[in-house]
Ligand binder design. Structure first.
Ligand code: RIB
Length: 317
């Protein structure tokens, strides 16, 4: 892969005051909102096969919404920006119930993003994503959403909305701290200036796709980041094994996964991201950020659904 502007200079970091972020720092999560149609099955269907599902649930989800809710349940004040269609009201209600400021979310006259998710008896999933309004972001909306944010504020992004490259450029130009979860990974990420990112959240597959290293050799993925994107911190999640964090000085912290009975793995990564980020920007020790994120993700895995499976801070602690 050929990336735009790889670089090793340090990117903006949270302004830590007495171990806490500055009171005035604002957090914007600009991302997808989906209605998740979840079908429980014996196994995930293979090409040409028809299988009956006896349980269908409809949950609120979308990587953007899940991560906003996880940050809010972890204890952070969060603003969410994104687009929904006529059936989007439950998504806004879910954000507000979790304490997320959803005043930037806009309604369009188009279908809301949604997914078709199969969950097998081991709790593994397979997701078909229909972008809908998530793919209707315009430059005008980006400017409107970013208007209230500036230097030292943080923006969290995933890859379920369009114009990601433009959002990164505009947020960085304002001096915002950019955190990116390039998921689901596709060629749109190639258009993004990854050199402007201060914190990456990748799993082993995304880490492998960015670095060209094998997904089975996570430490080589981290070595690639050391050599090519050392200006950013990275969280590299490895599913049931655990996760690595590598900071700007190259120091690595390992966190084993918390064992649990898997019911539905949907939103486990989003829960980890939200909980980690809340601790990271509030300058919690990295080992504590990682341990709490791993616990929160394990609780999410033990429950059905995306947003509804994300635990509150009290449950985690
Ligand atoms: O990360 C989980 C999310 O991915 C689901 O809620 C679904 O909407 C898909 O976007």
């Amino acid at each position: 892969m050929k990336w735009k502007n790889l670089k090793v200079e340090k990117n903006p970091q949270p302004p830590v005051e007495d171990g806490r972020i500055g009171e005035s720092m604002k957090v914007l999560s600009f991302g997808s909102l989906n209605m998740d149609y979840v079908y429980t099955l014996d196994h995930i269907v293979v090409p040409g096969e028809t299988e009956s599902s006896t349980i269908r649930n409809v949950f609120t989800g979308g990587k953007g919404l899940n991560q906003s809710i996880a940050m809010a349940r972890a204890g952070l004040a969060v603003h969410h920006a994104g687009l929904v269609g006529e059936e989007g009201t439950p998504l806004i209600e879910a954000l507000e119930e979790a304490g997320v400021d959803a005043s930037l979310v806009k309604f369009l006259d188009a279908p809301t993003g949604h997914t078709f998710i199969q969950v097998n008896k081991e709790g593994q999933n397979s997701i078909v994503l229909f972008g809908g309004t998530n793919q209707m972001v315009t430059e005008e909306y980006i400017d409107e959403a970013l208007a209230g944010f500036g230097k030292g504020d943080l923006i969290l992004l995933q890859n379920e909305i369009n114009m990601l490259d433009v959002i990164i450029d505009k947020a960085y130009a304002k001096g915002m701290i950019v955190a990116l979860n390039p998921s689901p990974f596709d060629r749109k990420i190639l258009a993004c200036d990854l050199g402007k990112v201060s914190l990456f959240f990748v799993n082993e597959v995304e880490g492998s796709q960015i670095s060209g290293e094998s997904a089975n050799e996570p430490e080589k993925i981290l070595d690639w980041f050391d050599a090519n994107l050392a200006g950013a911190n990275i969280v590299l999640t490895l599913g049931t094994q655990g996760a690595w964090y590598r900071n700007l000085d190259g120091a690595r912290t390992w966190q084993p996964a918390v064992k649990t009975e898997a019911v539905d793995t949907t939103a486990a990564g989003d829960t980890f991201t939200g909980y980690f980020l809340q601790g990271w920007i509030q300058a919690m020790p990295i080992s504590a950020c990682m341990a709490r994120a791993a616990k929160a993700a394990a609780i999410a895995v033990s429950r059905e659904g995306a947003a509804p499976s994300i635990p509150t801070r009290d449950e985690v602690e």
